[in-house]
Design a binder for this molecule. Structure first.
Ligand SMILES: *[C@@H]1O[C@H](CO)[C@@H](O)[C@H](O)[C@H]1NC(C)=O
Ligand SMILES: *[C@@H]1O[C@H](CO)[C@@H](O)[C@H](O)[C@H]1NC(C)=O
Ligand SMILES: *[C@@H]1O[C@H](CO)[C@@H](O)[C@H](O)[C@H]1NC(C)=O
Ligand SMILES: *[C@@H]1O[C@H](CO)[C@@H](O)[C@H](O)[C@H]1NC(C)=O
Ligand SMILES: *[C@@H]1O[C@H](CO)[C@@H](O)[C@H](O)[C@H]1NC(C)=O
Ligand SMILES: *[C@@H]1O[C@H](CO)[C@@H](O)[C@H](O)[C@H]1NC(C)=O
Length: 544
């Protein structure tokens, strides 16, 4: 099979090519998605939402470790569109990451076929639209990656497995919110909270049978607010966080920060009736609350009693809960060997990166920055500029390793890092907000978090034994969070705030994990169906 078949294009050829590099033994799953606008009424008023195959939220992706996912996305909106995959690592293949720094937008009326492999992954994640504040209109859905049949899972098969997408929501459409931000204003306070696309009226309902145990995969797909999740009279046993099986600790409520995903087991062990599922905002003076229902199949009646309260402004409660979330070292991950067989705490870090967020005005408009740089998108995806050697698009090193102390300025920030480096990243939050950071392409160990200043002595408090490995971490107000990450995935990877107005107004950059090797052992060749745009227009994904 040679490169000359490229001109014919099409999924079949893409497939043949993929088999050639990834091995045919891993199964393929095909998805055909039509992205349209449609009327939705989540808070009782009509809104223009973004639907996938007519659904809001979009359909779930069900997969098994190592599956190839072939997702053909038709953009039937009137503007460019992209989907991205929160937590799917796209190993050696950042071209498919679906953020504007890696992938050309799908023009209106066109389609693009993503080719992903959930290589060596398990767990609960979600997808979302990455451009133009589309996330405020929907277009998101759950992703679950199950363990392969013979890999032991540290709990019995649940009787049911539910996706629970929670998030803050606005009655305004996404174009209104985007225009607001484009004019240099801050995002206003949201109007409500949704559970699987529903507010309190006609809210989300989950059916259970008495005596059985269910898995709930809870993701915060909202724009800004940390949310507390709880179920009236029921406990939740935490079992998985973004691909890591955790110590199975029981909680009566759980904080889910924006961008994060958690799996809990809930046993229907109460008398048969309906119980409130409650989601409320954290760290806000005005508390927004939404309820859904846990419905027993033999229910004797509807929900009764007061809606159970949860924590509101307490930071220490949340910090203590975060510290209690740890890896079960004897449980397996995507492979049969114990998760504790990789002793990250014994590996010396090769570099320390300190990142500080800030907010301020540039040219009279609100902007957000990391180490003083507020990211602006270039005319060509960074990954394509890198691949085609197009100069003048970005400069590696255009963001500092450490806070500069200077004022906010605009730039296309790209940080260079060596393939196989083992890096400590310290996130500093000197603002009175709760921050949440996500790194594409990776899972990282959350080794420490605390209030006050981070100093080298803070390392003495790091958890070097059973920290949880995940892809999104919170940073509390006037606090720091430290992570360790093994840079074993070559590519151009987005590091961003999940606080969506901040991401949109510059609080992000790209980590260029680089090697001089041109081997497909380290990075796959550019996919043949890659859309080209900007200064990459007219280039060829294969030599002529
Ligand atoms: C668009 O969809 C068609 C099938 O309807 C497929 O053959 C084609 O490869 C897709 N285009 C891209 C760029 O993925
Ligand atoms: C997508 O849905 C729209 C609206 O229902 C329809 O007009 C269009 O033909 C659909 N496109 C595809 C590729 O299915
Ligand atoms: C950890 O995983 C092991 C192996 O599956 C399991 O037997 C044990 O109960 C788990 N321990 C905790 C505390 O979750
Ligand atoms: C979005 O909301 C604004 C303000 O309410 C309205 O003028 C506009 O028509 C809406 N756009 C769409 C496409 O619904
Ligand atoms: C880590 O660094 C220490 C001190 O420099 C050294 O003694 C140790 O051998 C190193 N460990 C590894 C695993 O490289
Ligand atoms: C880009 O430059 C590198 C290093 O000079 C070279 O190996 C590679 O082939 C070039 N890529 C393209 C697409 O021309």
């Amino acid at each position: 099979m040679g490169f000359n078949v490229a001109a014919r294009g099409g999924v079949a050829v893409v497939l043949l090519f993929l088999i050639a590099i990834t091995g045919a033994e891993d199964p393929y799953r095909f998805f055909n998605w039509n992205v349209t606008y449609g009327d939705i009424y989540p808070l009782g008023v009509r809104q223009r939402g973004i639907l996938i195959n007519g659904q809001f939220p979009g359909p779930d992706i069900h997969s098994v470790t190592n599956d190839n996912l072939i997702i053909n996305v038709f953009n039937s909106l009137d503007e460019p569109f992209l989907l991205s995959w929160n937590g799917v690592q796209n190993r050696k293949n950042s071209f498919e990451d679906g953020v504007e720094g890696t992938t050309c937008p799908i023009p209106k009326g066109k389609n693009f076929t993503y080719i992903l492999q959930v290589k060596d992954q398990i767990g609960s994640f979600y997808y979302f639209p990455s451009l133009a504040f589309h996330k405020a209109a929907g277009g998101f859905g759950g992703i679950r990656i199950l363990s392969r049949p013979r890999i032991p899972v540290p709990f019995p098969d649940p009787a049911g497995d539910y996706t629970v997408l929670i998030g803050d929501w606005y009655k305004s459409n996404h174009t209104t919110l985007k225009t607001h931000l484009d004019r240099g204003k801050k995002l206003p306070f949201p109007d409500g909270i949704l559970i699987n696309g529903r507010g309190t009226k006609g809210g989300a309902s989950f059916n259970v049978e008495q005596g059985k145990t269910y898995r709930l995969r809870i993701s915060n797909v909202g724009l800004q607010h940390s949310l507390n999740f709880r179920i009236q009279n029921h406990k939740m046993k935490l079992v998985e966080v973004e691909g890591t099986h955790t110590l199975q600790t029981t909680y009566s409520s759980l904080d889910v920060h924006v961008g994060q995903s958690y799996s809990v087991l809930v046993t229907a062990d109460q008398s048969p009736r309906d119980y409130y599922i409650v989601v409320s905002t954290r760290f806000t003076s005005k508390v927004l609350t939404t309820t859904g229902v846990l419905h027993y199949s033999n229910s004797a009646g509807s929900v009764t009693g007061p809606i159970p309260g949860g924590p509101t402004i307490q930071v220490d409660w949340s910090l203590n809960q975060a510290r209690s979330i740890r890896t079960n070292l004897t449980a397996s991950g995507p492979r049969p060997n114990p998760q504790g067989s990789y002793h990250y705490g014994l590996v010396n870090t090769t570099r320390t990166i300190i990142l500080q967020s800030s907010a301020g005005q540039v040219n009279g408009k609100q902007r957000y920055a990391i180490n003083s740089v507020s990211y602006v998108a270039p005319d060509t995806p960074l990954k394509l500029a890198d691949y085609f050697n197009i100069s003048g698009v970005f400069r590696p090193g255009s963001i500092s390793n450490k806070p500069t102390g200077g004022g906010i300025y605009l730039d296309t920030s790209v940080m260079q890092a060596d393939y196989r480096a083992f890096v400590e990243i310290v996130f500093l939050n000197k603002e009175n907000i709760i921050q949440s950071y996500h790194l594409d392409g990776y899972s990282f160990f959350v080794v420490g978090m605390d209030g006050g200043e981070w100093t080298p002595a803070s390392r003495n408090s790091y958890n070097l034994r059973d920290a949880v490995s995940r892809c999104t971490t919170q940073v509390y107000p006037y606090s720091w969070t430290a992570i360790y990450v093994a840079l074993d995935n070559v590519g151009m990877w987005n590091l961003r705030s999940e606080f969506w107005a901040r991401q949109y107004l510059g609080q992000q950059f790209y980590l260029r994990v680089y090697t001089t090797s041109n081997s497909i052992r380290d990075e796959y060749p550019i996919p043949k169906n890659t859309r080209l745009c900007g200064r990459a227009n007219g280039r060829h994904t294969r030599p002529l």
